[in-house]
Structures are given as C-alpha cells and as structure tokens.
Design a protein around this ligand. Structure first.
Ligand code: ZN
Length: 130
C-alpha cells in the first residue's frame, strides 16, 4: 500500500489521478485493480470528468445545496454537512488495472474531495494483482 499526503483547501475536488497512476506503475501489477481509499470522515474519493473544470464547479455547487447545513444538527464540531457529503460520495473507489495501466474513460479523473478543510489529508492506494 502507498500513502500520499496532500494539503487541501476548505471545499474542493483535487485531481489525484497522477498519484494513483504512479502507485500502479510502482506496484508492477499487470492485471488487477487499484483501491483508492480515504481514511477521513469529512472527505471522500470519487471519479468524474477532468476535462471541463466547470463540472467540478457545478458538483460543488449542487453538493452545497443537497447537503446543506441545518440549524438543528447536534454534532458539536459543527461540520455535519461535511460528514453527510463524505458518506454520500464514499470513502473509496476501485479501478481496474490492465496492461499496467488504470482503466479509466477518456474524460475520467480520480478526485480527493475535501469537505471540511483546509487540512493536511492522507489517502491510500492498494494495487492488487488478479
Ligand atoms: Zn465532525
């Protein structure tokens, strides 16, 4: 397993595709899959378009509406909306590996989603053969 550390802004999607490609290359695995996992409760991993930056902008805008903060939330830390986003988007993605490369669509990128930054965050990549 490879662990990466990144510094994040308050609320953003950070393209981590190059990190995952590097982990796959370093693993030497020819056929299998790569698990990308985020060990945080107010962040997530997702796959989406990396060509038009407006897609990220629109997702962030909509997530802000869908998972809005509420005055009757009780969580003392005050970041329940970030916890909601984390659970809804999910802590991991599993991507096929073939011919030593990630199997991603032309417009797909892997994103680390920060919902409660700025923070120093980690994510793990486990490349498995099979
Ligand atoms: Zn919290």
């Amino acid at each position: 397993m490879v662990t990466y550390t990144i510094d994040t802004p308050a609320f953003d999607m950070i393209d981590i595709t190059s990190y995952v490609r590097e982990a796959v290359r370093a693993s030497g695995v020819e056929e299998g899959c790569a698990l990308v996992y985020c060990p945080h409760t107010t962040a997530a991993i997702t796959i989406n378009e990396n060509a038009d930056a407006d897609v990220v902008r629109d997702l962030k805008l909509a997530w802000g509406d869908i998972f809005a903060d509420r005055s009757d939330f009780r969580h003392a830390e005050g970041n329940s909306a970030a916890h909601l986003k984390s659970s809804a988007i999910g802590a991991s993605e599993l991507i096929p590996v073939s011919n030593h490369a990630l199997v991603l669509g032309t417009w797909q990128g892997i994103y680390f989603c920060e919902f409660d930054g700025p923070r120093t965050r980690r994510f793990h990549v486990q490349v498995m053969s099979g």
